[in-house]
Design a protein around this ligand. Structure first.
Ligand code: ADP
Length: 484
């Protein structure tokens, strides 16, 4: 149980066709707080048939929902935005309880999550087609944009609110309906969000949440021909499985997958600005973000100054339960996450890296880990090859621009990249050469609803947010009009 001002936001049931489903045909799962292991509630595990019922409800509800005007949908979405904003304390409490992030960060995520609903409420009114020059007299070429249909959102635990609104906002704005499968670790935030959507006037069946084991539910979601689109945020490994499973019924796909973000500090960068930027992207959410810097390349001339300033700043980060005032870093999500961070550090140190700060499990025990800085890291170490998803900054020394571009692009991923420099021509050159969907320049904070979020290479397909985001939920129809 989580103590909330509005008790009815604490939901431990799936939501299908406007009804709360408390019994899962596959049983139930105890949800636990990663900061202290406390049981938060029993969440039903739905089976394939129950999942199918949610898809069919979304299919039925789509008939009326897509017939509404964009403006009618916009009014409901705007109301949902207002309700999320009013409930931000409760939503953040749920999030900190099930995910572990500091309460202030959780509040920040709720605002970020709400911004997608506000943005796509506005965009709902701006869907437009074209009339194009015809190739023959007496004809017109017309394009219309129509909703894709039933969409499935499969979302991760690291951003329990924003990953849902970034998908549900544009889907509902476009006239699609949706079945959401939140991560097993973080269903409470998702369920509170749909409770608010329901209150805002989203009709029964338009937005559904199925909870339970990903394999059982995932097989139905990807195999059911009524589902026209899968929108996923998570690992590249699971993305591959979902793409393969969807191939049978040829679904549209949006994939926000893993990253291995390079963070490059050139000699002319401002050390304090670069340290602040790295802390913002690396230690926020305990390093558990797909756009988190994973490899920190620092040019020879500034390396020592940057390393000591970073180690000092990281040493001051306050670790603890996210509800304690002033805490900047919560626990990792589970034991597997702790083991991975430890393995990456052990591999690096074994191959010659030095621990400049932290380096081990935190004295608080459980899933807490010390914010860590490693120096003397090289490209061949595990920590540079794999996404660490934890609070470790590995510092790699480089000499020149060509070398660092080669190192930065030496990965199958291409989500975010960061560079800190002053010289404008260098900034243009390097930003153009980096194989990434997003480049932070003299900043570690790049996400907002106005900017297109997404990756290249094996980091994904499609873009979320921005003026481009709604297109992922729209089909283009062409009318070849003779006699017009
Ligand atoms: P993370 O590393 O962030 O946990 P995952 O890719 O493992 O990312 O999981 C992201 C989401 O995908 C979660 O909701 C998870 O339950 C779901 N998922 C994992 N495996 C499958 C699968 N085989 N089919 C459908 N969904 C899955």
């Amino acid at each position: 149980m989580v103590d909330l001002q509005d008790k009815s936001l604490f939901r431990t049931a799936a939501f299908v066709d406007g009804e709360w489903v408390t019994q899962g045909s596959e049983g139930a799962r105890t949800l636990r707080n990663p900061a202290n292991g406390e049981a938060l509630g029993e969440i039903p595990s739905l089976g394939a048939e129950q999942t199918r019922a949610a898809i069919e409800a979304a299919h039925r509800a789509g008939v009326e929902w897509r017939a509404r005007t964009g403006k009618e949908r916009a009014i409901i979405l705007r109301r949902w935005f207002d309700l999320i904003t009013e409930a931000s304390d409760d939503l953040a409490r749920l999030m900190t309880s099930e995910q572990g992030k500091p309460f202030a960060e959780a509040k920040g995520e709720v605002a970020y999550a709400a911004s997608f609903i506000e943005w796509f409420a506005e965009e709902a009114k701006r869907v437009k087609g074209d009339v194009m020059a015809a190739t023959e007299r007496g004809r017109r070429i017309v394009t219309l944009k129509e909703p894709v249909g039933v969409c499935v959102a499969i979302t991760p635990w690291n951003f329990p609110a924003a990953m849902i609104t970034r998908k549900a906002g544009p889907a509902l704005a476009a006239g699609c309906t949706m079945v959401i499968k939140p991560a097993e670790q973080t269903p409470l935030t998702a369920l509170a969000l749909v409770e608010l959507a329901h209150r805002a006037g989203v009709p029964a069946g338009v937005l559904n949440v199925v909870t339970g084991r990903s394999r059982v539910i995932g097989a139905e979601l990807t195999g059911n021909p009524l589902v026209r689109k899968i929108t996923f945020t998570g690992s590249t490994e699971v993305g591959r499985i979902l793409i393969a499973q969807s191939s049978e019924t040829i679904k549209k796909l949006s994939m926000e997958l893993g990253g291995n973000a390079p963070f490059i500090v050139f000699d002319d960068a401002d050390v304090d600005e670069a340290v602040a930027g790295l802390i913002a992207t690396k230690y926020r959410n305990t390093g558990q973000a797909c756009i988190s810097a994973n490899r920190v390349y620092v040019q020879d001339g500034i390396y020592d100054a940057f390393a000591s300033a970073l180690a000092e700043a990281v040493g001051k980060l306050k670790v603890g339960n996210g509800f304690e005032p002033g805490v900047q870093q919560g626990p990792l999500i589970d034991q597997g996450a702790v083991d991975k961070v430890e393995a990456h550090i052990a591999d690096a140190v074994g191959a010659g890296a030095t621990v400049a700060q932290g380096g081990k499990r935190h004295e608080l025990g459980g899933f807490f880990f010390e914010p860590t800085v490693l120096t003397g890291v090289t490209q061949d170490m595990l920590i540079c090859r794999e996404e660490t998803f934890g609070p470790v900054a590995p510092l790699i020394r480089f000499q020149d621009e060509a070398e660092v571009i080669r190192l930065a692009n030496d990965t199958e991923y291409g989500l975010a990249a960061y560079l800190f420099a002053k010289e404008a021509s260098r900034i243009w050159r390097v930003a153009a050469a980096l194989e990434a969907g997003m480049v932070g320049i003299n900043t570690g904070l790049i996400s907002n609803e106005v900017a297109p979020f997404g990756g290249v290479k094996q980091s994904g397909l499609g873009r979320e947010g921005s003026i481009y985001g709604i297109d992922e939920y729209l089909e283009l129809k062409y009318l070849a009009w003779n006699g017009a």
